[in-house]
Design a protein around this ligand. Sequence first.
Ligand code: ADP
Length: 669
Amino acid sequence: MFAKLLIANRGEIACRIMRTARRLGIPTVAVYSDADRDALHVDMADEAVRIGPAAASQSYLDIAKIVAAAKETGADAIHPGYGFLSENAAFARALAKAGIVFVGPNVKAIEAMGDKIESKKLAAKAKVSTVPGHLGVIKDAKEAAKIADEIGYPVMIKASAGGGGKGMRIAYSRKEVEEGFNSSKSEAKSSFGDDRVFVEKYIEEPRHIEIQVLGDKHGNVIHLGERECSIQRRNQKVVEEAPSPFIDDKTRAAMGAEAVSLAKAVGYDTAGTVEFIVDKNRNFYFLEMNTRLQVEHPVTELVTGLDLVEAMLRVAAGEKLKLKQKDVKLEGSAIEARIYAEDPVRNFMPSTGRLIRYKPPREGTTVDGITTRLDSGVVEGGEISVYYDPMIAKLVTHAPTRLQAIEHMGEALDAFAIDGFRHNIPFLSVLMRNNRWREGRLCTKFIAEEFPGGFKPPLPTGDERDAIVAIAATIDHMSNQRRRAITQQMHGEPVQFAEVRIIEIADAAERVTVAGDVEGPFTVIFEGGGKTINLASNWWFGDPVWKGTIDGKPAFVQIRPILNGYDIIYEGVEVPVRVLTEREAELAALMLVKEKADTSKFLLCPMPGTVVSLAVDVGQDVRAGDTLCVVEAMKMENVLKAERDGKVSKVLAKPGDSLNVDAVILEFA
Ligand code: ADP
């Protein structure tokens, strides 16, 4: 085994790799940029080397600096994680030259699969089914339109060097091809320094299903079943699972055999992923091969019981795969939810800020065989910056059945407290309760179809609303009692159990009384109708998560104090709740309410980013749908379009400006 392992990455994946290295007794070296000085992966490693400023191009992507860090610390192997240099052939070559083992595939495999056009040609040769399309570089928008006409609409325009959904456009018409071609080309150029673009048929209602393969340096390749990754937004995965609810044994065996045959064709010798899209008739087509450890690898680990990082280290050290295909057993069902710093309400735009609170759910396995795993790369107090991927952590659950894994994921999400910026936990929590998701009727447009017009935070209704009212009432009751009882001091007036509280929630109010001692259990009695709710919990002041039972049903509810009440988050419903006495309610009704500022006359920057171009000028009339401005954030070009007709009265930003979220770009008359 290796004497020392350097991890050329950051965040959750660097931490995850270190955990396995530690278990195997291999000392670890972290590398970090100035932005990551206090990061968790630096803390976890046995040694850490600073490799440069925040910008990835000058740190995590700088091959010379990483090689120097390995030499300096005596690391004889480097695991690249995913992203950054993980699929960079020049990096693998530089390591070979320096006598350092690259914990990844051979250079030839990286090169063959690194290019979407070339890998498709190779796949076709290895008798792997590919998406119908044009396997060549396209010169200009005219040629693209001609090819698209031949393939038939809709088509997908893709960057050959693409990854992470960048440089990809769907086009339903000739006009959209011409538009999409140029933006795809420029996005490809700015993201990958390579502007080759091609066109293929867009498969409708597709599911994204991929096969995990594992090879060694002795010519053995096996597959570890599939992962379904159809829950995507902006063509990027957010929730993944294994096994796929759509794949039967026969299809799994056929996909697995094609994946293994492709891997063998390039002498594949580590963990890798062959991605397919699958149509509604279970026809599958090769998309691309990722020659690295994949973000969503934990779901495969949980259903196979294997540690893929360990397997990668062992085969990199020259060991033979011990496992045979027939020994691979898939057990139970695993779900992964990616926790992102992004605003689900604003089309999942990345968000930045400081993690002022970070309290994840508890990890481990219960007696019923339900596992919670958290792969996280952050600590409370850390910063989510614009420099890197906004993924904070991955929450993974495993259970005997898919529904149990989903149920448990819902609870774990509700128990996950993160404050300091917008994140997607409320969205994920609502998703876990979505019937179509629970039934496994998926396709890559699932989010777009189930949340038309974007994700709108659900309003409190029915039993959930009453539960929220009851919790607010009991917490207020507890705090009233506590305020009057200080140890070793004379007590004030005891709380009147029958005192009415007015609970204001979402423009309505409920009159309730609470019965119970300071530590519960409590009964909340609703006036009129006489409904009662019983609550039991060990919750105590300061805890952001209320864990207990509501009428006997286990629940996790988030509590944040606000003026005269609490912000309560339950099953993705987030609502401010005010708790008032009758007299307070009478007076509160007389208070003026601060009106929200009218921002409809402005085009605001939806995320922190850089202005790439402005499409309009002062005095110009615009129609709804017209392009106004292009803003780049985290290497994605976001086209901002007019929401309604109007006339531009002021232009307040220019190309190259770096803007904060909500900065005014344009003003309309
Ligand atoms: P990237 O490497 O940028 O992630 P992929 O080629 O893996 O790009 O595609 C990402 C996602 O885009 C897929 O999961 C799928 O949802 C969608 N997609 C890609 N190609 C097609 C296609 N031809 N038809 C339909 N959907 C596609």
